[in-house]
Write a protein that binds this ligand. Structure first.
Ligand code: FE2
Length: 325
């Protein structure tokens, strides 16, 4: 018999609804719709409007792809935070509504914890040092006594946001990490500011310097040098965390984990240190509903009705070390 978990993700630009079947340990659907704008940043209220308008269609596709009826669900999860408040409310309100109609438990899930849990599941890792690199967050984490402890992190902006800022400074039509990754393939290296403090690091000085160089150098060279420098900083801090934590595995997860050059550099660092490297498939590293469904199922199986987080609200500044796992 199927044990179905539905997960709803809406922390930022993506509304995602995924379905996990705990009986077969399989993700059976992962549907999404992403807000996009040709130039510039996102206005949270516009993104939330997109999510509410796309909701019915994304839910229908997810249920159809999984070949289930919504009444088959045994648990429902939503991303509680961190994220943009108007966007977070879409997942929270719909999950609470569905749970009350179906009389099933609702599980609030930390977005970063969901990235880690699905990363471990998809990559087959047990107890890794985690390199979590997304838009707003970039952290080095280890699991400790029912929570994730931060060993190191960005002291200013997340790596994904730094990449997006560079893409906007370049006035790219698709101001996204994939455009920078594409440009970086054919560039030459220019020396840039490199800031690592122990296991912490900063990216804003790097972005500022790259912006200043755009009039003097080809954008391919700037994109290439940015990636090489930022990723080397992250690898250096991660290697230090690996030595201190004595872990035998490294998981790379979060939206920036889709970058093939970052995967290559972290993989090389792991190989040199004789530890296993894992990264989930791209569809589980981008923001998605399947990771929320998987995390809700995992947490419900582990805690049952005694899941410690009873607060079914949203938490836009939810720190990862405050989440139960
Ligand atoms: Fe994310």
């Amino acid at each position: 018999m199927k044990r179905i978990a539905i997960g709803i993700e809406s922390t930022a630009h993506t509304l995602g609804i995924g379905i996990f079947d705990a009986s077969s340990k399989a993700i059976i659907s992962n549907s999404y719709s992403t807000y996009s704008k040709k130039y510039g940043g996102m206005k949270p209220s516009d993104v939330a409007d997109h999510h509410s308008q796309a909701f019915e269609q994304v839910l229908k596709k997810s249920l159809d792809d999984a070949s289930i009826n919504i009444f088959d669900a045994k648990v429902i999860g939503y991303s509680k935070g961190p994220g943009l408040a108007p966007c977070l409310r879409i997942a929270r309100t719909s999950a609470v509504l569905i749970s009350s109609i179906l009389r099933i438990p609702v599980i609030p899930v930390h977005h970063g914890i969901a990235h880690i849990l699905i990363g471990k599941f998809d990559a087959g890792l047990v107890d890794p040092l985690v390199i979590y690199a997304s838009g707003a967050n970039t952290q080095l984490l280890i699991e400790k006594q029912g929570a994730f402890a931060v060993m190191g992190e960005t002291l200013d902006i997340g790596l994904g946001n730094a990449i997006d800022m560079l893409a906007r400074a370049m006035k790219l039509e698709n101001a996204h990490g994939s455009s920078i990754e594409f440009l970086a393939k054919n560039g030459d290296y220019i020396e840039l500011p490199y800031t690592v403090k122990g296991m912490d690091f900063t990216f804003s000085g790097l972005v500022t310097r790259c912006g200043q160089l755009l009039n003097k150098h080809a954008i391919n060279d700037v994109a290439h040098s940015f990636q090489e420098t930022a990723f080397a900083m992250l690898c250096e801090a991660a290697e230090r965390a690996l030595m201190l934590s004595k872990k035998h595995e490294v998981l790379l997860c979060g939206g920036v984990a889709q970058n093939k050059r970052l995967q290559e550099m972290v993989s090389k660092m792991c190989e040199e240190n004789g530890v296993a490297f894992g990264v989930a498939k791209s569809e589980y590293n981008r923001d998605n509903g399947a990771m929320i469904a998987y995390a809700a199922s995992y947490l419900f199986d582990k805690f049952g009705n005694s899941y410690p987080d009873k607060d079914i609200s949203i938490k836009p500044k939810f720190r990862i070390e405050d989440a139960f796992v």
